[in-house]
Design a binder for this molecule. Structure first.
Ligand code: CTP
Length: 399
């Protein structure tokens, strides 16, 4: 499944919380999923077709009788990697538990053997009613994964259990359901972002790294069961929940943070763009224009990746390489792979409009002899998934 986009069916039912599911769909698409929304008739009262089509980037059908020849529900259900029903109303839970098949949504669920994730939302009394409890128990026995409801303010101003779970928790539940837990028990340390070296209290020497690649690696490792620590420098992307987040600024701080934590780690990914130099004569006060053009004295920073390799801690080490010379890219990548000595080096070309941020990337994966063992193109999440496929394979072969 890692070579193609995960296919997720979102069964949207008619509850007040339907509008929040739009955010869930958007995040699933952003993570690289191919999302098809199957709305119930009553959901139209809350969210329209155009919104769902625009956000999911797929056509939306309501009826079993659209394109009958295509037997849409069977194809959708059979091909899905996960089915999410959200917000699942009391009525939908009852229909799911009963195994009813009188709508496109219900028939799609019945035609699917993929994990079923149910994000319920309703009034507290309905959630706690014996009939709903029975339906939840029946569905849980059949393997459905319930996410929420949570406690909080409900429609009409009541407070209690029944709110749709947080969007990010629903996304995480779906994502976890479709990813293997092949990294369970592993401890993964990742650096991300770009370090900054102060010139004075307001200026620094830095780089254009945003942290998207490192954060994608952290999310993939977490979703596949690893215990993850992310050492981030100046990330321009939200830090993922469910991992240990450490913030640093300079290369020296990142170096210390990594070496403090490397013992006992199974995997180290050096994704950060680390400044190679720091300013020795940094000023403690803002340098004034009137002082004239400053002469900066630079000294080399420690190479974190090389020091981790030299420490031979037993961790499986993955380096990343950013090159700007398109023509000599393969040769430069091979030379760097040998020089760094990491188990794997993931190399890509960067530039003004290439490589940085949430853009798709195109990479070579090399071993420490400088040979290309894989090429990966796609979103940063797709590249991160492939890297962990390789890590997982190697860790299993060399326990
Ligand atoms: N790296 C590091 N410490 C440094 C510099 C780089 O750990 N002081 C790591 C990066 O995290 C990355 C790898 O080394 O995994 C390659 O980084 P890159 O910037 O491509 O190469 P450099 O080693 O800095 O070499 P050059 O600038 O000459 O290309």
């Amino acid at each position: 499944m890692t070579d193609r986009r995960p296919r997720i069916v979102v069964g949207l039912t008619g509850g007040i919380a339907s509008y929040k599911v739009v955010g869930v769909i958007r995040e699933l698409v952003r993570r690289g999923a191919d999302v098809t929304v199957v709305p119930s008739e009553s959901s139209r009262e809350f969210v329209g077709r155009s919104t769902l089509e625009a956000i999911s980037r797929n056509p939306v059908h309501y009826s079993l009788f659209d394109d009958v020849a295509q037997v849409r529900h069977v194809a959708l259900g059979k091909n899905a990697d996960a089915v999410l029903v959200a917000p699942a109303t009391a009525n939908t839970l009852s229909a799911l538990a009963e195994g009813r098949a009188d709508s496109l949504l219900l028939t799609t669920v019945l035609a699917s053997s993929a994990p079923l994730i149910v994000a319920a939302a309703m009034h507290t009394e309905m959630w706690e009613h014996a009939a709903t409890r029975d339906n939840v128990a029946t569905l849980t026995d059949r393997g459905a994964i319930f996410i929420g409801p949570t406690a909080g303010e409900l429609t009409g101003g009541d407070v209690g259990l029944g709110r749709l779970a947080d969007e990010s928790d629903i996304v995480d539940a779906v994502w976890s359901a479709i990813h293997p837990k092949d990294l369970a028990g592993m401890t993964v340390l990742i650096t991300a972002g770009g370090t900054r070296e102060p010139i004075d209290p307001v200026r620094f020497v830095g780089n254009r790294s945003t942290g998207h690649m490192g954060v994608a690696c952290a999310i993939v490792a977490r979703d596949r069961g690893a215990t993850v620590t992310l050492i981030g420098a100046h990330l321009e992307v939200a830090r993922p929940a469910g991992i240990v987040n450490v913030s640093v600024s300079t290369a020296a701080e990142m170096h210390a943070a990594v070496l403090d934590r490397i013992a006992g780690c199974d995997v180290f990914l050096s994704v950060a763009a680390v400044s190679d130099f720091h300013v020795v004569n940094a000023s403690s006060q803002k340098i004034k224009k009137s002082d004239g053009v400053p002469e900066l004295l630079l000294a080399e920073n420690p190479d974190i990746l090389r020091d981790v390799v030299a420490a031979a801690s037993g961790a499986f080490v993955v380096g990343f390489a950013a090159e700007t010379d398109d023509e000599n890219f393969a040769t430069l990548a091979a030379t760097k792979a040998i020089a760094k000595g990491a188990d794997l080096l993931v190399a890509n070309v960067v530039g003004e409009s290439k490589g940085f941020g949430s853009v798709p990337t195109s990479t070579l994966v090399l071993n420490n002899a400088g040979s290309v063992i894989d090429t990966v193109n796609g979103s940063k999440m797709a590249v991160a998934s492939r890297i962990f496929d390789l890590v997982s394979r190697q860790k299993v072969n060399t326990p």
